[in-house]
Every structure is written in structure tokens, then in C-alpha cells.
Ligand binder design. Sequence first.
Ligand code: PLP
Length: 389
Amino acid sequence: MKLSPDIRDSATLKFSELAKEKNRRKEKIISLGIGEPMFDTPPEIVEATYDAMKKGYTKYSDPLGLVELRELIKDKLLKDNGIDVSIDNIVVTPGAKQALSLALMALLEPNDEVINITPCYVSYIPQIKIAEPSAVIHNIDLDKHDHSLDRGKIKKAFNKKTKAIIINSPHNPTGKMLERDEIGFLARLVKGTGCYVVSDEIYEKLNFSGMRHYSIGAVKEIKDKAITINGFSKAFSMTGWRIGYLAAPKELIKAISRLQQHLNTNTCTFIQKGACSAFSLNEDYPKAYNSALKERESLLVEMVKSNSALRLVRPAGGLFAFLDISGASHGSDRFSARLLDRKNVAVIPGVSFGENWDDHVRISLVAQTDEFREGMRRIDEFVRSEDGP
Ligand code: PLP
């Protein structure tokens, strides 16, 4: 398979080799690279999963997922997102990543076109290419000054062959949350056409700005054009469990179900049963997360304010901030490699998320607050130093 040119092997490899070498030398690295929530999976979910194993939920399940779980997802989508679907529109998958892949495989035919908003989650482009190697991808950058959608460019790229637009809110890597009128713009664009919107909402519950989360699947006029992707990894610290889901129009469910049957039969049955218990956790559950993320975001904002070479469009949700290093650097690979080498701080080069984002680095807000504070101090010192970036 041909990998996207957006994935620059050599630099990334060199970078991770350096990190490994430092680990071998037992140098302590402050990792601001990872994208996993910092809390353990809630014990209620762990207990419910043990229980499910003991009760015999150890066999194959319906490829679409356990009915009781799909019922709970259906209720959640209506209550939290205003998405009104039946359980026959819902498929439980081994992770949101698999849900994305299944949706793209079901959707894309030879020479279809896809509008992809960049910077983007590193798997979107490979997933499009896995689903349909001949697909034409239009990568449309967010506005660099405020991370708004570039409506002019999106309209220009949109045509009869456009089969999908991929959106992600809250967004990896910028932390942007789509505004209501941006959702409205996309809905008007696809209404009455053959194009679907694949809406990745995996970070929905990680929202530290208080901004309202809008789901395009709630827009009635294009209900049959929206595919909503979500899951448990980020909201419930269940990254290793591999469970997510999608809601899609019925005409796609048949293909998705067939793909799932032949790829993995079903999502692990006792994990599905355990995931059911996530819906009865206290509504306040994500609040502790969000206040910790907010605390770290404030430390980042404070550091950026005091350093004139750096700029930041403040993130609203998700786990990351996308730091503009254009005033300080000679490229994000070099910045990240030197920051790791000199200051033992790991960040992710912006160019990994889109070819025009070499003037940014992604900072994860996941590290413990003291460690994060020290990471900010070191980045500031590094940017100011003579032989820095
Ligand atoms: N979508 C985005 C934007 C992500 O950042 C990630 C993981 O980092 C995923 C999907 C994958 O989620 P899951 O762990 O449920 O497969």
C-alpha cells in the first residue's frame, strides 16, 4: 500500500530513535506527545466487564453489537447530540478508528473525492487510501489565524465526485470545536448531493471551554448524509479496550455489517457489556478531566503570552493544543528533535498532521500538572536560547 506523503518516515523515525536512546540512558523525558487520557478506566466499567466475563459474555455477538449497548448508544445520541436514529443505524466497533475505516470502506468507490480538513488526525489519510487507493483527497487547511473552516476553499473543492467530507470536533490536533454556523455551512453544502459528512466526535466529552458541541447528524435536512463516529477511548479512559461506534444511514449499514463480519466478526462481547455501564456513571464524571485539562491549558497560555516568538489559537476541547512556532523555528521536525535533545521534552511535529503545518507543534495536555509546568518552562527556555530551535 502506498502511504500518504504526509507521513514523513525519516524524520519521525529519527525522532523516536532519539527518544528511545534517551530512555536507554535513563534520562527522564517530559512527554507532551501522547494522546491518552491520564485517568484510569472507571472501576465501575472494569467491574461490569469482569462480571460479564463470569456471566458468559464470552461468545460471538451480533456483528452490529449487543442490542442493549446499541439501545444505550441510541439514547445517548438523542439526549446529548440531538441525533435521532434507531438501533439499526448503529454499529459497535473495535475503536472509533475502526468505525472510521468501516465507514470509509463502505462509502468510497474508485475515483471518488474526499474533502479532508487539515491539520488532521494522522490516520485519516491512510484510512482513505486503504478504503479506496484511487480516491482523490483535497486537504483543506484551517485558517491559520483562528482555525476557522476555509469555506471558500471547501466550496471550490466540492464537486459531483465528492463522496465524503471528514470533520472532527473537538479537533485533534488544534482543540478547535466547530461553531454552529460552520456546521450549518457544511449541511447546506451537502444537502441534496451524493456527499456524506463523516463526523468524528471522539473528543466530545473533553470540553474545557464550555463551548457547545454541535453534531451535524442532528441537522434534520441532512440526517441521511451524516455518519457520526464516537467511542469510549477518550471519554472513559478506555484507549486499550478498543471499543467505539458509528451511527450511519441504513443504506450504508448493510455494507458496514458485511465488512465487520469478515474483518472481526464483532467487537469483544464482554467489553461491549462492560461499556454498557459507562452510561450509568455520574453525569459529572468528565468534569474532573476537564478541569485538569483547563489547568494545563492556562499554563500553556501563560507561557505563550510571555514569549513573543510563540503564538496560540486557544484550544476549546480535546486533549491537545497546536502551538504556532513560526516566529521561532526552522521547521517542526527540527524544533521537536532539538527540544527533545536539549531539554528532554517530547512534542509532536506539526508536519505530521498536514504538509502546511510545519510551523506548529502539537502539545498534549495530558501530563501531570507539575510536569506540564516544567515542560512549559523548558520550552520557553529552549525558544529563547541562542542555539535553540
Ligand atoms: N479520532 C481521533 C481524532 C483520534 O485522535 C483518535 C485517537 O487518537 C481516534 C479517532 C481513535 O479512537 P479509538 O481509540 O476509539 O480508536
